[in-house]
Ligand binder design. Structure first.
Ligand SMILES: [Zn+2]
Length: 95
């Protein structure tokens, strides 16, 4: 039996979950979101993903600021409208 040694890299049918909106998208269509910043150090690391829409929504600002911005805007601890207004305030303030 032939072992497909090259296949451990990427399964083209793999689906991933967007960390921002929870949508399941094809991995090929998702954007890797690596909060540790070193994309080549893959040992014991699970990548997180953003769908294209959220990537474009979230990543107009430097990626390093995303999590701090989300935390500062009370992501998950306030209702959506409040969060969004705080989030946009923070994003605008960053300039
Ligand atoms: Zn998304």
């Amino acid at each position: 039996m032939t072992a497909h040694l090259g296949k451990m890299w990427v399964d083209p049918d793999e689906e991933v979950t967007c960390i921002a909106c929870g949508e399941t998208v094809a991995r090929e269509a998702a954007r890797e979101y690596d909060k540790h910043g070193d994309r080549w150090d893959r040992d014991d690391k699970a990548f997180e993903y953003l769908c294209t829409d959220c990537y474009e929504d979230c990543c107009h600002q430097p990626r390093d600021g995303l999590e701090a911005t989300l935390v500062a805007a009370d992501a998950g601890r306030t209702d959506r409208a409040t969060f969004l207004s705080q989030y946009h305030e923070r994003v605008l303030d960053d300039d």
